[in-house]
Design a protein around this ligand. Sequence first.
Ligand code: DAH
Length: 346
Amino acid sequence: MDAKEFENKIDGLVSAALSAIESTASLDGLENLRLQYLGREGELTVILRGLASLDKAFRPTAGQLGNQAKQKIEQSHEGKRKYLYEAGLTERMAREAIDVTAPGARYPIGHVHPLSQISSEIISIFYSMGFSVADGPEVETDYYNFDALNTPASHPARDEQDTFYTNMGPSVLLRSQTSTVQIRVMENNKPPLRIIAPGRVYRNEEVNARKYPLFHQVEGLLIDRDVTFGQLKGTLSAFIQALFKKPLKVRFRPDFFPFTEPSAELDSECPFCNGKGCKTCGGRGWLELLGCGMVDPNVLKGVGIDPEEFSGFAFGMGLERLAMLKYDINDIRNFYTNDLRFLEQF
Ligand code: DAH
């Protein structure tokens, strides 16, 4: 190859490379061109490697031409690379631009379920009176659900709390009342005791607007020396007033529970009409709210607490009933059907 031929060859290569670079539209394509001309086996690289075989007199000029060619291709490549990079960035910025003035997407925020709301409220009221929260299993034995609560197998009070039995054994059932937790707490702790036990209970009930086979109760138990019925009344009266946020009167009516003696039903003045009589209280002016009484000495003996030294009171209330009253809900099934139109109202 003489000098002229070499020069032509280099010129041809450079103009081919530059026009290919000029017309490529992607960074990948550009990189391929770089490899094609300047890579280790690239067209220009191979030519430069062959310089040694050229005529000695022409070699320096040829070397210079080769380097100039390389520089031209490199410059053109770098210029195009910057251009493509910036164009890509601009395009991406336009595509991904955020309109900070556009209205945001709203994510619906959930609600605390009305039963959980009233449960927390009850817990915090009793907490302020020094009660702590205790817990017990929902799958129970009939010992904790009945026997230990002074309700032996033949006792008619068992009929009112027919529940669900399991195939784990004839005495394993779903608890029908949270009173079971009284026994578990007294077995494991020494008096004085002051607890409440919120939780789920079960009964074999036909479903209607007032009844459901699953519902919730809050149990209360206080054991100490010289506990009086007056203290029971004071405690529950303070509770009712805090729950309804009104200075409502309370009254006791005699009742029967196997595990309390004496036992009572606690009524509160109707918080909706302040005792005057309305639709909610059926014109009576009073609402029946919960069961309570002084813990039966038999129950204390059963858990090894000396009834001569200690006494106490207990109470139990249905959460659904309280929530229905407080929030004016007329059908218990609303609590369990997860209908947002209902739940969102609380
Ligand atoms: N366990 C009772 C029930 O489910 C409610 C109850 C009444 C609980 C009197 C008590 C109590 O602790 O003293 O009907």
